[in-house]
Ligand binder design. Structure first.
Ligand SMILES: *Cc1c(COP(=O)(O)O)cnc(C)c1O
Length: 356
């Protein structure tokens, strides 16, 4: 038998979660965000499961080309835009849209001929202070884009810094509205949090990412409460059992010390599989369909779970690291991070199986 770890990807759950996004924004089109290898789920796998999305959003030029090569005809947008003139030319030839976020990029699309009809998204920096034109530069950028012969449709775009938090979207919406006043063009503003919480941000195109993968963008509302289904379930098995006496420690650094007699299951999953090394003792883990907690430091290939109260558990017991029955959001919270990071980091050595 081979090492028992696997990541099961539930394709029906992906399609379901896309439906949840659509139900929240019934009048908008949806760019399914599948950057970073679809948040670790596999680019073409995720695209196939969400093949009726109105468009796809990626960051990597190569991913956009792979989607076109695979036959997807809908809009494909590069969220960081083109990185040089050659990409702009090659992208235009395949109808790949680019976000235009800085004046440097204009020179790269300026040589495109009138027939190119390159669709672009003009990005406005409404307060995130990462990519985009300052509000007072937007009108000028829009006019310049309109004057370029190779440019087709222009969509106005911004990105929220705190749609999932207490800050909300109002301040950024106000900046955006002032910046685009008088410009009649389609708009794309909402990430998952805004798609779920702020209908006034929906406009023409929403851009959900994390919710498609069955995670909640909010700390105070679970994915289940939002009607989302987990997509990736990372499972493994117990490969050894240790009996601890009071005072015994577990793992590197001896960071966990037993205060009483304990039984510990050694699980074939470690940080080389993408499990976060900084997950402390007490991180939720599911053994034989019962919730328990990790103990000791996560090592490269193994971690340990407390099975003292699970007398039936032993070698071969099924362990859910995250996914069905053990939400990735809870594991991420215990590890002091977000589900995005855990999903994206799921490593290439983990065999993936697809569930319909
Ligand atoms: C990643 C990304 C999204 C999706 O964000 P989620 O929080 O995963 O929904 C939307 N828009 C842009 C510009 C992004 O970079």
């Amino acid at each position: 038998m081979s090492r028992p770890i696997t990541a099961a990807i539930d394709l029906a759950a992906l399609a379901h979660n896309l439906g949840v996004a659509r139900a929240h924004a019934p009048h908008a089109k949806v760019f399914a965000v599948i950057k970073a290898n679809a948040y670790g789920h596999g680019l073409l796998r995720a695209a196939a499961a969400m093949r009726d999305a109105d468009g796809f959003a990626v960051v990597e030029f190569d991913a956009a080309m792979r989607l076109r090569d695979a036959g997807y005809r809908q809009r494909i947008v590069l969220l960081e835009g083109f990185f040089d003139a050659r990409e702009a030319e090659a992208g235009a030839a395949r109808k790949i849209s680019g976000v235009m976020h800085t004046a440097e990029q204009f020179a790269w699309i300026a040589p495109l001929q009138a027939g190119a009809r390159l669709d672009v998204l003009l990005k406005i920096n409404s307060g995130m202070n990462r990519l985009g034109f300052t509000p007072d530069a937007v009108r000028g950028a829009y006019d310049r884009l309109q004057d370029l012969p190779g440019v087709g449709k222009i969509t106005l775009m911004t990105h929220f810094a705190d749609a999932d938090g207490a800050g909300g979207v109002a301040a950024q919406m106000a900046v955006f509205e002032r910046a685009v006043a008088g410009i009649a063009a389609p708009r794309s503003l909402a990430n998952s949090a805004a798609t779920l919480r702020y209908p006034q941000t929906h406009f023409d195109w929403v851009r959900p990412g994390i919710m498609l993968y069955g995670s909640s963008p909010f700390t105070e509302r679970s994915a289940t409460e939002l009607g989302l289904q987990p997509v990736m379930t990372l499972t493994s098995e117990i490969i050894a059992v240790c009996d601890l006496k009071p005072g015994d420690t577990v793992g590197y650094g001896g960071t966990f010390r037993a205060e009483r007699s304990m039984r510990i299951g050694v699980v074939a999953c470690g940080y080389a599989d993408g499990y976060p090394r900084h997950a402390p003792s007490g991180t939720p883990i599911r053994v034989n369909d019962v919730m328990t907690a990790t103990v000791g430091r996560v090592s490269m290939d193994m971690l340990c779970a407390d099975i003292t109260h699970l007398p039936q558990a032993g070698i071969g017991s099924r362990v859910v690291l995250w996914g069905e029955g053990n939400p990735v959001d809870d594991v991420a919270a215990a590890a002091g991070t977000v589900s995005y990071e855990l999903l994206c980091a799921m490593s290439a050595r983990v065999p993936v199986i697809e569930r319909q």
